[in-house]
Design a protein around this ligand. Sequence first.
Ligand code: ADP
Length: 281
Amino acid sequence: MDVDARVRTDPAGALLSLHDVEVRYPGATEASAQDISFDVRSGRTLGLVGESGSGKSTIGRAVLGLVPISAGSMSYRGEDISHRDQRVSRRLSAHLQVVFQDPYSSLNPNRTIEQTLVEPLLVHSALGSREMRDAAAEMLAEVGLDEAALGRYPAHFSGGQRQRIAIARALIVGPELVICDEAVSALDLSVQAQVLNLLKRLQADRDVTYLFISHDLDVVRFMAHEMVVLRRGEIVEHGAAEQLISAPKHPYTRRLLASAPVPDIERQHRRREAARSFAED
Ligand code: ADP
């Protein structure tokens, strides 16, 4: 990694901090993520972008505590969460939620939307059943769905609506940090735009922080204040999103930009730039 691309950590302002994190899956010869350092600031969106297999989901899973880290450390609001026990995991899960790519498999087909939305409240709140139903209805309204959805099953809904339900489930306990792992990648472009706008509105309304994972640089560009570019498990570039897009330093970032769907003239220019940069890489 370039020295000037190194992350300057600022634990005081960070909700989540990673310091030289490494993840090595059992039996794997190489680490799937290494030397990963970044801060996610409260109320902001940090985009993690890179090609398929670059380690984005691995980092998301490590933050969620779904895979152990083999080196480095992570902290949440200054508390070390590198190797958390069940008690800490449970406490954190009220603050840390996730929205996955595939709303078809992430929602239980045998549960009504009310059951799905109430489930996190059973764990994290002391609300009675009437209050939980009201909270579920309110949350549905916030994501643009009608109360009538409560009694229905996931099969009734489109992909975009299911993703709205998955977002409602993630947000109903009022988390501080939501990891969006390819949250719109399975959706048509027009539906993607609606869901991205919804996520932005929810951030403005609730001051929620996103760790936003996507292979699609255009999507990350739309969402993120800061961006981390990953390649083969390592950070190649990190900075303010606009700056990184307008003046990418690393040839790999330029290649990602060149493959993003942008207007033709701009794209042709980027492709020429990227072609030139292949030699440097
Ligand atoms: P991305 O999210 O960027 O597509 P991943 O984090 O899923 O990338 O994968 C990064 C690397 O880790 C890949 O080489 C992948 O094959 C490997 N990997 C992912 N999950 C596992 C696993 N459970 N066991 C072993 N290797 C894995």
